[in-house]
Design a protein around this ligand. Sequence first.
Ligand SMILES: [Fe+2]
Ligand SMILES: [Fe+2]
Length: 269
Amino acid sequence: MILFRSLCDPLTKNHLDIIHGLHHTYHQDIYVVATQPLHPIIDRLNQSWLKGLSYVHYGQTPSSIGLTIEDDASLIQAMETIRNGDYHGLPMWYIRYLNRSMVYYDQMLKHYLKPSRYAHTYRVASLAVDLAKSHSVDVVKTKQTALLHDIAKNMDDDRLQSLTQQYDPSCLYQPKPIWHQYAGAIFIQTFLGITDRQIVNAIANHTTGHVVSPLARIIYIADKCDPGRDYDSSCLIALSKRDLTKGFLTVQKESEAYVAGQHDQSTNP
Ligand SMILES: [Fe+2]
Ligand SMILES: [Fe+2]
């Protein structure tokens, strides 16, 4: 096994090329530890599961490649851009890794969401994972979808409109609170390079519920039954854990009744 120490977090194109070269040459598993001046490698190793494993160390020092991270503003900016959820220009295999590991999702969610929406997102993810386990649905994919489902919710109006238009201009005729599901679906394809149709469709329908896949139903239920909302959803959650279809249909019915009630209140004050 080879341990590759990178000076950058996330990795640069140069580092990715080196890692690919090492893999081709030695045919060994390569473990990458990203380290920066503020986080010396020894700290990372002491905190990580790598501690105690034997490894061959392949690393670089700033002087060996003529680089001083602190002075390189453009490199720091490039790393920040990736952490905040823009994977443009990265190799596809690395994009897949970034999404599957969700390594920078938390920073991206903090970047895009207001604190209350951020907290809602993690509650939805936790409930969605519980439901996925009950129904033998891919837990990693479920968590990934749940964490991304409201990524466009707090975007400014111009960006929201532009992304919704990219998805389908006719969606702009739908009520504005729904737009974020379409904008989110385009965002994850364009900026995160996600191509999985199940994930895209689940996000593109998480508010309207016009979906049939188990993953999409789980996201819909978890979103509507978020324990942080102002009603008791425990019976709906229990039903959904026993029977996903019945749970979905019941949640959908109650949600439609709730929306109709809201509409009545606003038209008949
Ligand atoms: Fe939403
Ligand atoms: Fe939500």
